[in-house]
Write a protein that binds this ligand. Sequence first.
Ligand SMILES: [Mg+2]
Length: 359
Amino acid sequence: MSTGWDLRTRVLRIPYRDPFRIARDSHGAGAAMSTMVVELRSDRLPGLVGLGEGYPDAYYGETLATMPIVMEALLDAVDPAALDTSSPGAARAALARVGTAFDATIRGHGAAKCALDIALHDLAGRATGVPVHRLLGLPAEIPPTDFTLGLDEPAVVAERARRAGRFPALKIKVGGPADLATLEAVRGVYGGPIRVDANTGWTPGSAAALLPALVRLGVELIEQPFPPRRYDWMRDLQAASPIPIVADESAVLVEDLDALVGIVDGVNVKLAKCGGVGAAARMLARARELGFRTFLGCMEETSVGIAASAAVASLAEWVDLDGCLLLADDPFTGLELGDDCRWRLSDRPGLGVELRAAG
Ligand SMILES: [Mg+2]
């Protein structure tokens, strides 16, 4: 690590409110999630701490063991003097250059980049006295978040849907044996838009068999029905479907977008896949340029990761930032969900999130 940085990492293992399972079992599911939270200090900014978070998904090639090694290499590539905080505009430009340096250091490793990139944005915001969204030149008005329900028995999912009735949309994990029964049961208790996410778990046959029912049930979008490189299957389903298909596992990095043009209508951008606040803002802007409908998603994260995601949520049409709401206990305070299910972007410098005082 370049001298002048002080990076501290901490693994948080936090139970879910409800058991959480998706169609890909490599994702690491069950009763609790594990995420990595970092504190970053620079000797050029005495007294300030930047908070960051990255959720490592083995599916994308990262674990809690790889992240610290990669973060060391990333900080080696950046001198603390490069984080110019003489003005918000200077900080914004410096953060973009740091993102470029990270990508030149190692390809992928979005969660490691994400944890540092969020911490650098928080640090720069605190140093310049402005919230992260304003540092990026983005407005505080963002779409409401949906709420996600994991795979389970149809009656169990329906009961959770009933409890989540205040949310303006629900995202239902599918790709199991009871998809149709689950969606029928949810529709029985919930009248709003339903988004489905198969996490690569369907085949062309299962998707074709379900499609008429998805249309009848008013499904708003279908996320990642097939394995990431099955562009042929996705193109054929999108051609047959009045419902937009949204690529998630196929759309990890900004350079994945070109191959999806003409294949699917939408893309799901996540900070932990693409490498943080700056990378997500660039990927969302590029997706819009290419004509995609835009979805901003998240992993299972505390409100550090969700506050950072909310800072760029104005760039997305659909917002799924519920990671910290799925947890039994969020160790951070400062991020608040409005009655309208929109995250309130703080006026405080940086992310506006702090570790809850013990006690
Ligand atoms: Mg997804």
